[in-house]
Design a protein around this ligand. Structure first.
Ligand SMILES: *[C@@H]1O[C@H](CO)[C@@H](O)[C@H](O)[C@H]1NC(C)=O
Ligand SMILES: *[C@@H]1O[C@H](CO)[C@@H](O)[C@H](O)[C@H]1NC(C)=O
Ligand SMILES: *[C@@H]1O[C@H](CO)[C@@H](O)[C@H](O)[C@H]1NC(C)=O
Ligand SMILES: *[C@@H]1O[C@H](CO)[C@@H](O)[C@H](O)[C@H]1NC(C)=O
Ligand SMILES: *[C@@H]1O[C@H](CO)[C@@H](O)[C@H](O)[C@H]1NC(C)=O
Ligand SMILES: *[C@@H]1O[C@H](CO)[C@@H](O)[C@H](O)[C@H]1NC(C)=O
Ligand SMILES: *[C@@H]1O[C@H](CO)[C@@H](O)[C@H](O)[C@H]1NC(C)=O
Ligand SMILES: *[C@@H]1O[C@H](CO)[C@@H](O)[C@H](O)[C@H]1NC(C)=O
Ligand SMILES: *[C@@H]1O[C@H](CO)[C@@H](O)[C@H](O)[C@H]1NC(C)=O
Ligand SMILES: *[C@@H]1O[C@H](CO)[C@@H](O)[C@H](O)[C@H]1NC(C)=O
Ligand SMILES: *[C@@H]1O[C@H](CO)[C@@H](O)[C@H](O)[C@H]1NC(C)=O
Ligand SMILES: *[C@@H]1O[C@H](CO)[C@@H](O)[C@H](O)[C@H]1NC(C)=O
Length: 754
């Protein structure tokens, strides 16, 4: 009896064990289908291994299951996954709520079926992969909240039905792909996604206008669609989305005025609209936008004055209105409440008046750009209260008292970039007598005093700017020699002294500029300095190539001495400047031969020796300068055959014309036995001199390094839609820079003729 009872109990116990065992497997172990789906997903990937080896997939890293053993989360961001994503395997994980595969190297496309069975998905992050193809016609379900497909290679239009079921969507980011078609601005319509808070369509190829609809997005906080091809009016109903904190639509072609209804967007902190065609006047009632921090309107067609109400937006950090048609007396504005302001940019407008002293009470200021306006008066000593001021661009205005300005500004300890070009016209270069006991500009890297008809010598105090990297003194009336102490400036790599009345010889010491010597160790320590506001350069090299940049190290190593009265030989020591990229000695009185050593300058991209008195042959070694993109030896007394090779023959004949005894391609006259040559050449010559046009080269130099250099700004643009931006940029330039390019060009033409 007892034994029997014991047996029964033992059996019951065993049964219980078995049963509980079954139950417990049900709790902990993942479903077989989930297991195989995951393995199938993993099998399409290459390194590194996911270590999915144990039986129970719910215990695998990166996996979360629910109580029933369904996989709910698959989180594998930044795991170095490579390979094709397999929609068919993921599709069977029907209980998935969170899928994060961002920052891997997955490729493939989201087939139409991808979402079909994932109807519990809430968070989908596939950003920073290599996925491509078009989007499925619809999002899975109303459960979806966050979608991040940004930084992939998706293309095609976003299907109109895409958001139809996604009624709980709050965040949608498809930036940095190649999407085309319209921006789906009706996203918040009744049955779509009324709760959306964040929309990012930027850096794609969306085009057309922004159709009405965004106004219905009553929860929308961030709206970005910059770097696209959008046109049409700035969307009027956006002002109904009163929760907006950020509107970023830069680098498009939107036009129209900003309505005063913008005052209803009281949460707005970022308004970024640079590079569009917005016009009209700015609204007057901005004082309610008390949260405004970043306001960027550079490169538009805005008119009228800066509204005084802007000065009541006390949280402003950046105010940028460069390259518009704005006007008005800025001395009437009271900046004293803008204590957070760090960047203030009004370059290339039509502002008048004096620099308001209240601006100097903005103690956070790091950058001021006022060049290209009609400002007048003197620089006030109060500017010294801006202890962080690093970038100051006041060029192309009508300021006076350059010496006074320099005496004050030399005490700005943090100043890194100073441009006063074209502002103090006809004054004297501040002399050593003016700058006694000079000990200033300790951190100055860029000094631009070009284009002001300044007279006097190059003063010795400049030799104390031990951090100077770029020195621009072109287009003045400077006399005297090129100082030999330039070689003592350890960081100098960019010198432009063109269009002056500089005399004397090319100092041999200049051939020892430390930054331009081949020094493997120094050269590799590229200076990563970035300006507070962008500058732009126009490369004289590959046609019109404007690069707006804040990076100092993108500017080429340059020596430009053209249009002066420099005499003597080109020193053979020039061959030491191995890092030099641009050498322009054109329109001087250099004599002697072209030194063979120039062919040591292996990085040279521009070589201009035109309009001098050089004689002899073109050294055959020059044919080995493989980076050369611009070359001009016209109007000298060179003779003999043009060295053959792929390089020199690729230039236009005009690069060689005006040398009576030069022959061979690309010149039309063939090289013949010596005697015939002279007679033959006489016929060609006289016409040659007649169309002594302004070579393109000078135009580029004028645009880039003398004038435009400081005039214009845009934010740095590096992405695939840069091309579009770039063309618009040039369109704008033609209008905006007219005064600043054409006028100095005419002056140069005069000099060329005279
Ligand atoms: C996979 O497992 C191996 C050995 O168990 C271990 O060395 C490796 O770090 C694991 N890799 C990952 C990505 O967890
Ligand atoms: C997904 O499920 C379907 C049917 O439910 C099945 O035919 C298919 O083999 C499964 N795929 C994977 C990768 O497990
Ligand atoms: C995906 O994972 C990354 C890395 O942990 C995280 O930064 C990101 O926010 C996640 N995505 C979403 C949508 O939660
Ligand atoms: C939508 O979100 C609300 C609030 O978070 C939630 O209660 C509701 O279940 C969600 N709808 C769906 C279909 O997931
Ligand atoms: C969208 O994703 C990109 C990365 O691809 C990120 O830089 C950007 O901040 C995201 N947009 C928003 C509004 O968070
Ligand atoms: C854009 O996407 C590419 C490719 O995924 C990535 O390398 C790049 O960093 C992304 N750019 C930005 C600004 O996020
Ligand atoms: C940009 O938009 C214009 C007008 O909407 C269109 O004609 C042009 O083809 C678009 N460019 C690209 C590259 O999509
Ligand atoms: C914007 O909201 C106003 C009411 O605040 C309404 O009258 C108007 O129709 C709305 N505009 C659009 C385009 O939705
Ligand atoms: C702001 O919104 C209110 C109601 O939403 C509306 O009555 C008013 O006209 C709007 N103001 C402006 C300037 O659009
Ligand atoms: C700016 O604020 C001051 C003080 O609150 C006020 O007196 C002034 O009228 C405001 N100015 C503008 C233009 O709103
Ligand atoms: C700038 O203002 C002057 C008058 O001060 C005017 O003649 C000129 O047309 C204006 N230029 C632009 C581009 O608005
Ligand atoms: C030039 O400026 C200096 C320094 O501010 C000042 O001392 C001097 O009087 C000014 N000269 C003239 C002519 O205004």
């Amino acid at each position: 009896m007892l034994v029997q009872a014991y047996n029964i109990m033992a059996h019951a116990f065993l049964l219980f064990l078995l049963f509980s065992c079954i139950i417990s497997t049900n709790i902990h172990a993942c479903k077989q289908t989930e297991h195989s789906s995951l393995l199938s997903f993993a099998s399409t990937l290459s390194s590194p291994p996911l270590n999915w080896t144990s039986l129970d997939c719910c215990r695998w890293k990166s996996i979360t299951c629910d109580q029933d053993g369904w996989v709910t989360r698959l989180l594998l961001p930044s795991k170095g996954l490579k390979g094709g994503i397999s929609p068919s395997s993921l599709r069977n994980l029907t209980h998935l709520t969170h899928l994060n595969l961002s920052h891997n190297s997955l490729y493939g496309s989201l087939e139409t079926q991808f979402f079909l069975s994932l109807n519990r998905l809430e968070i989908l992050d596939l950003s920073y992969n290599l996925l491509s193809g078009e989007l499925p016609i619809s999002l899975p379900s109303s459960s979806i909240r966050t979608i991040d497909l940004s930084s992939n290679c998706f293309y095609g239009a976003i299907p109109s039905s895409f958001f139809q079921q996604a009624s709980n969507l709050t965040s949608f980011n498809v930036s940095n792909n190649s999407f085309t078609g319209y921006v789906p601005s009706s996203i918040c319509h009744q049955h779509s996604s009324p709760f959306v808070r964040l929309l990012d369509f930027s850096s794609n190829v969306f085009s057309g206008n922004l159709a009405p609809g965004l106004g219905k997005c009553s929860k929308l906080q961030v709206f970005r669609a910059g770097h696209n091809n959008l046109s049409g009016l700035f969307p009027e109903d956006i002002y109904n989305a009163t929760k907006l904190e950020e509107i970023a639509l830069p680098l498009n072609s939107l036009h129209g005025a900003i309505s005063d209804r913008i005052a209803n967007l009281t949460n707005l902190a970022i308004l970024d609209l640079y590079f569009n065609q917005l016009n009209g006047e700015l609204p007057l009632n901005l004082e309610k936008l008390s949260k405004l921090k970043f306001v960027t309107f550079d490169f538009n067609n805005l008119e009228g004055a800066l509204p005084p109400s802007l000065m009541n937006c006390t949280n402003l950090v950046e105010l940028r209105f460069g390259n518009n048609n704005l006007e008005g007396d800025i001395s009437m504005l009271d900046f004293s409440r803008l204590s957070q302001l760090t960047k203030f940019e009004l370059r290339m407008n039509n502002f008048t008046g004096t620099v308001p002293v209240s601006l100097y009470s903005c103690r956070s200021l790091k950058a001021i750009g006022l060049s290209g306006n009609h400002l007048e008066g003197q620089i006030q000593p109060e500017i010294l209260s801006l202890k962080s001021l690093s970038f100051l661009s006041l060029g192309y205005n009508r300021f006076t008292n350059l010496t006074g300005a320099m005496k004050i500004l030399r005490r700005c300890k943090s100043l890194h970039a100073l441009s006063l070009a074209g502002s103090f016209v006809g004054e004297g270069m501040p002399s050593d007598d003016d700058m006694v006991d000079f000990d200033g500009f300790q951190n100055l890297r860029v000094l631009n005093l070009a284009d002001s008809d300044l007279n006097g010598h190059i003063p010795l105090w400049l030799s104390k700017l031990k951090n100077i990297e770029m020195l621009l003194l072109g287009l003045n009336q400077i006399t005297g020699p090129i100082p030999s102490w330039l070689e003592t400036l350890p960081r100098l790599f960019y010198i432009n002294l063109s269009n002056n009345r500089i005399s004397g010889e090319f100092p041999k010491q200049l051939c020892r500029l430390p930054r331009l010597l081949y020094e493997p160790n120094i050269a590799s320590q590229a200076d990563q300095y970035e300006f507070e506001l962008p500058m732009y350069g126009i490369s004289s090299v590959t046609g019109i190539q404007i690069f707006p940049t804040q990076k100092l190290y993108l500017f080429p190593a340059t020596i430009v001495l053209s249009e002066n009265n420099i005499v003597g030989d080109i020193p053979t020591e020039i061959g030491q400047l191995q890092l030099l990229q641009e050498l322009n000695l054109g329109s001087n009185n250099f004599s002697g031969v072209i030194p063979d050593q120039i062919s040591n300058l292996k990085n040279l991209e521009v070589l201009n020796l035109s309009t001098n008195l050089l004689c002899g042959i073109i050294p055959s070694s020059l044919a080995s300068l493989s980076f050369l993109k611009e070359f001009n030896v016209s109007y000298n007394n060179l003779e003999g055959p043009i060295p053959t090779g792929p390089q020199l023959q690729s230039f236009d004949a005009s690069a060689f014309e005006g040398n009576k005894k030069l022959c061979g391609a690309p010149l039309p006259n063939k090289c013949r036995p010596n005697k015939d040559m002279d007679a033959d050449n006489k016929n060609n010559k006289d016409e040659g001199n007649e169309h002594h046009q302004l070579p393109w080269f000078y135009i580029f130099v004028a645009l880039g390094f003398i004038v435009g250099f400081w005039g214009v700004c845009v934010s740095l643009v590096i992405n695939k839609t840069w091309r579009y931006a770039y063309f618009r940029f040039i369109d704008n330039l033609q209008d905006r820079l007219h005064v600043m390019i054409i006028v100095p060009l005419k002056r140069m033409k005069r000099k060329l003729r005279g």
